[in-house]
Design a protein around this ligand. Structure first.
Ligand SMILES: Nc1ncnc2c1ncn2[C@@H]1O[C@H](COP(=O)(O)OP(=O)(O)O)[C@@H](O)[C@H]1O
Ligand SMILES: [Mg+2]
Length: 249
């Protein structure tokens, strides 16, 4: 069997007495969209923060492409092929989308190559940034400062920045939150298209979107994974129904 791109085993993190993540085992396989669902406060965002390196685990392991990364800083994990979008935006208001993506491309290349050419003469860089912005449907908004973009457009830009890092594993924490129906549909189509190139962890509360997009779904309740399976298995899982789906509005 092909080794998963990302593996966590026994991943745990508490806040005081609260076990936000409690022994989480998840595999993200190449080419899959793996949805992580669960009620508010289940620990989904904490899991993404642990995997990306924003916060440190109390115990457990994280392997990226077979290598242990649990103690590496965020930038090192990013350099090894992990990218994420943030549930709360981390963009610079005065910078344009194009500038953000060019910077992300430079950051990515800087970790891999040595460049001796002045950046301004690198027309390939701008073209590549525009290609990525077009992919997320943001090319016509590329030169507008972030302050002038809608919430949904900022989310799309964040995904463009993540794609500039050419990730093997993409972590998306509620990327559709605050997007209109049109933006959500466009993003769903983009994720569908990206699926073959990388492994995607998708946290999303809209079950219709999850069941339509996800190859596999893990259900988190109270910091623990209570079930993992495909859409059919999750729909018919009794534990999931009583613990989560049954409570959904
Ligand atoms: N920095 C923190 N300090 C204290 N408690 C936190 C912190 N971050 C998250 N929590 C708590 O951990 C639990 C899981 O939160 P979170 O991972 O954000 O859940 P989800 O993303 O599934 O809604 C919640 O009870 C939340 O209040
Ligand atoms: Mg969350």
């Amino acid at each position: 069997m092909v080794e998963p791109l990302l593996t966590t085993r026994g991943l745990s993190r508490g806040f005081g007495a609260l076990k936000a993540c409690d022994g989480v085992d998840i595999d993200i396989r190449a080419g899959e969209i793996h949805a992580l669902i669960g009620p508010n406060g289940a620990g989904k965002s904490t899991f993404v923060k642990l995997v990306s390196g924003e916060i440190a685990p109390d115990s457990g392991s994280i392997h990226l492409l077979g290598k242990p990364v649990g103690t590496l800083p965020m930038t090192a994990r990013a350099g090894m092929g992990m990218a994420r979008s943030f549930q709360v935006s981390a963009l610079a208001p005065s910078m344009t989308g194009l500038e953000h993506v060019v910077l992300a491309l430079l950051q990515h290349r800087g970790g891999v190559f040595h460049f001796f050419r002045p950046i301004a003469r690198d027309t390939g860089l701008k073209a590549r940034a525009e290609e990525i912005l077009a992919r997320v449907g943001m090319l016509d908004r590329a030169t507008i400062p972030v302050a002038g973009l809608s919430h949904g457009e900022r989310r799309q830009l964040e995904i463009a920045i993540a794609l500039a890092l050419e990730p093997r594993v993409l972590l998306l924490d509620e990327p559709m939150a605050g997007m209109g129906a049109e933006g959500s549909a466009r993003l769903a189509a983009l994720l569908n298209e990206l699926r073959g190139d990388m492994g995607i962890l998708l946290i999303e509360h809209d079950m219709e979107t999850v069941f339509a997009l996800a190859d596999r779904i893990s259900v988190m309740v109270g910091g623990q994974i209570v079930a993992t399976g495909n859409a059919g298995e999750i729909r018919s899982n009794a534990t999931v129904q009583s613990a989560y789906l049954g409570d959904a509005p």
